[in-house]
Write a protein that binds this ligand. Sequence first.
Ligand code: FES
Length: 315
Amino acid sequence: MSSLDNLTLRLRRITWETEGVISLDLSALDGSDLPGFAPGAHIDLQMQDGQIRQYSLCGDPADRSTYRIGVKAVASGNVSRAIHRDLRVGTLLTVSAPRNNFELRPAPNYLFIAGGIGITPILPMLRAATQAGAKWTLLFCVRHHEEAPFLAEAQAMGGEVVLHSSALGTRLDVAARLADAPADTQLYCCGPQALMEDVETHSRHWPQGHVHFEWFAARSRPEDEVSGGFEIFCAQTGVTLVVPPDKSVTQILAEAGINLSTSCEQGICGTCECRVLEGVVDHRDSILSTAEQESNAIMMACVSRAKTPRLVLDL
Ligand code: FES
């Protein structure tokens, strides 16, 4: 994690939420207030071996004493398994300051769709929507209904919660549910890639800017695999660099000693965002909306490339 604004926090409490899911409460060593955050924000958590993962802040933003994150132990996730296995109350952890790629926009109505642990960025949104006097519905998709993390908390937040359980045969029919596209409703979705792709497919007729996703794994896009090299010109430093097909912009910048913070290196956290002054970006991140990508004003330099022979970056 190459960033100057990292925090060292103490793990103050571990809570077993449901099968395979724990929550961690993190606080400053001296108990002082932590940097504030808005619903949808995440922090980067750095493990002792240097691996970094992004976790949504699922606690109450009004509580400045604590960051709470939810961690699901997944068979293929060596970091999440290490968190479950190795972390103890009192452990010191390095985290980034909060970053938000999933901001809650003001609206009279919200539709939230969460899949399993994808409920974590949405939990503070439920509270905020209620506090703002908005109406909301949460469609909470899980395999087994007894394994829905933070369900009781979501149900206590004052909106409508509908549990969809594969085991009970009450799976969400995404196409049917999204057929109507109300003009006054903002849709927020976080969960497994298959669910989010389903929601993306069946919400294309929704008004632009009304559908929002939080991706916690890089989206697999076969068309991204082939790419040639290109040139970048760093306008502030006056340096021209060549990005070969097998290297990223951030790798080339680091080799040249030009500082651009990075974290996930997968286009999902937003740390490496940089302004584009000229050229057309081949966007490969999982953060920017279609409109933001088409504006060609910013790029995630860890994964995105160029459609033109040259990009001019504000670096
Ligand atoms: S480092 Fe996370 S988006 Fe680039």
